[in-house]
Write a protein that binds this ligand. Sequence first.
Ligand SMILES: [Zn+2]
Length: 98
Amino acid sequence: MSVMPKKKSTFDRYTWIVTELVIGIAALGYGLFGIIKTPTSTNYTYIVLVCTGSILLLMAIIQIIIMRKKKVNIFCSKCGEKIKKADDFCPKCGEKIG
Ligand SMILES: [Zn+2]
């Protein structure tokens, strides 16, 4: 029995976001194109495509925002050491943060 690594790699997350963006844009574009092309008849396939595409795009955007928030780093003003948000003092030189 092999043990799967618990930590998700950044590559997997990026691949997932890109997949969501591509499928989302494709579904949204195709759905909107279909609705514009046939405005008189209600085609639920296109409406479903637009909804699915919007949700996928929204999910991808939310994931990007979460990833960007997590990536924000604070650096010590004195020595330039990377500091975790929880730290009050620089672990390298002891400079107070904030
Ligand atoms: Zn420092």
